[in-house]
Design a protein around this ligand. Structure first.
Ligand code: ATR
Length: 279
């Protein structure tokens, strides 16, 4: 009997318990997934002590603790180290080992939706945003073999900082949002990683897509609403869409794989999650 959980704050409305309980129900793995809400005003160290006593087999970490967890780990996966944030911990041989499945989960979701990308690693990608999610996605795209990934962000210094661990083989230009809008036709894949367009601000979009190439793949990690204004505008330009809720499923799939060695089939769950999010 496995015991899993999620730490974060606030997490009462998190979709993770639903996703992982669906995973458990679809395999012969017996277990439970609980919500462990931690008040950020309380001592984190004390709470980690209590968490150790629970002896969970694994747990996820969400905001605001993805960085605070790091000093409490016994080992840290290389990718999580580069990203500087952990969203998954496995308890193995008495040790807490930290991973970050967000970026890799995102890339898996993109490649599963558009498998032709597998042989098109030389395409030009544009990533919008330079926050925590962007950092994970950028390094996972590089690890996947993409080499031309430009970054645009409102604050240029954050975009510059994000590239600190990039290999010399990576071609990354940092652009202002205005410059990115002007040169949008240069890109084959555009990935929106900021929270702009998320409910209750669904009327907003981070940039004009006037110059978008018709065959472009356009992705938005926002999943509430599922079809953001950004994606609606991209669709009207003839773009191929990639939706944010799939990242949520794939990062969970990877976490479950780390905990149990089981690879979960996502097709039916994807439909169920979409229907749930669409209300
Ligand atoms: P996360 O960890 O979810 O990625 P984050 O670290 O707070 O969140 O990053 C938020 C990203 O959204 C950043 O790229 C941020 O731009 P800045 O670096 O300039 O702050 C971007 N962002 C958030 N609100 C924005 C807005 N209204 N306009 C433009 N960019 C915005």
């Amino acid at each position: 009997m496995y015991t899993f959980g999620l730490i974060g704050y606030p997490i009462k409305h998190s979709l993770s318990p639903w996703i992982h309980e669906s995973f458990l129900a679809s395999t012969d793995v017996k277990g439970s997934y609980s919500i462990i809400e931690i008040d950020p005003a309380e001592s984190f160290s004390k709470n980690m002590q209590l968490l150790k006593e629970k002896n969970l087999n694994g747990f996820n970490i969400t905001v605001p603790f993805k960085q605070s967890i790091i000093p409490f780990l016994d080992e840290l996966d290389e990718e999580a180290k580069r990203i500087g944030a952990v969203n998954t911990v496995v308890h193995k041989d008495g040790k807490w080992i930290g991973y970050n499945t967000d970026g890799k989960g995102y890339v898996r979701s993109l490649m599963d939706k558009y498998p032709a990308l597998e042989s098109e690693k030389e395409l030009s990608l544009l990533m919008i945003g330079a926050g925590g999610a962007a950092r994970g996605i950028y390094y996972a795209l590089l690890a996947e073999g993409f080499t031309n990934i430009d970054i645009t962000n409102r604050t240029l210094a954050s975009a510059q900082e994000l590239t600190e661990f990039k290999p010399v083989s990576a071609n990354t230009n940092i652009k202002t949002l205005k410059d990115a809008e002007e040169t949008l036709s240069d890109y084959d894949v555009v990935i929106q990683t900021t929270s702009v367009g998320m409910k209750p601000h669904e009327g907003t979009s981070i940039m004009s897509l006037d110059k978008l190439k018709a065959s472009c793949i356009v992705s938005d990690i926002v999943y509430q609403p599922i079809k953001t204004r950004f994606l609606t505008e991209a669709e009207s330009k003839g773009a191929l869409l990639h939706f944010g809720h799939t990242m949520l499923l794939y990062q969970a799939q990877l976490a479950f794989e780390i905990w149990t060695n089981k690879n979960i089939e996502l097709v039916e769950l994807e439909t169920a999650l979409r229907l749930q999010l669409e209300g």
